[in-house]
Design a protein around this ligand. Structure first.
Ligand code: RB5
Length: 149
């Protein structure tokens, strides 16, 4: 799977571990930065890069890391077509895809350790949207809000 990933200073160290893990699992990972530790960088810049990659189809899924995951999630959800969620457990990480077509995973590197983060990312990338009518109906309602609100 093509996966775009990025992190601010809060998630910089965790990003390296996740890139390694995803590449070893056979994914094509586009690391959109930061490419060096920048103590004063800003999470919206990285959420925008990942969101654009997913929006354009250059990536099928995105991952954005910051200190809590919250800022990255708020910023990523400002882009049309992006459905980002903060997941610090594996159930949310796969169910968010299966039920809600979540296409960007946000993680807080100050909240979870490396090994739980790897399991959460694995659950996210391996999950697929359920084809049931109820899920499509709900997704259509979300898309209508995005168009009209
Ligand atoms: C950066 O210090 C921190 O505020 C940011 O990474 C993130 O946690 C925001 O949600």
């Amino acid at each position: 799977m093509k996966i775009a990933i990025a992190a601010d200073h809060g998630g910089f160290s965790l990003k390296a571990d996740l890139v390694d893990m995803l590449q070893q699992a056979g994914h094509a990972v586009d690391d959109l930065g930061a490419h060096e530790y920048l103590a004063n960088d800003d999470y919206p810049d990285y959420a925008l890069l990942v969101g654009k990659a997913v929006q354009s189809g250059r990536a099928e899924r995105g991952i954005v890391l910051c200190g809590s995951g919250i800022g990255a999630c708020i910023a990523a959800n400002k882009l049309k077509g992006i459905r980002a969620g903060v997941c610090h457990d594996t159930y949310s990480a796969h169910q968010g895809v299966e039920h809600d077509d979540m296409n960007v995973l946000c993680l807080g590197a100050r909240i979870i350790g490396v090994e739980p983060a790897k399991e959460i990312v694995t659950a996210f990338v391996n999950a697929r949207l359920n084809t049931g009518e109820r899920y499509q109906r709900r997704l259509n309602k979300v898309l209508a809000i995005e168009r009209e609100a």
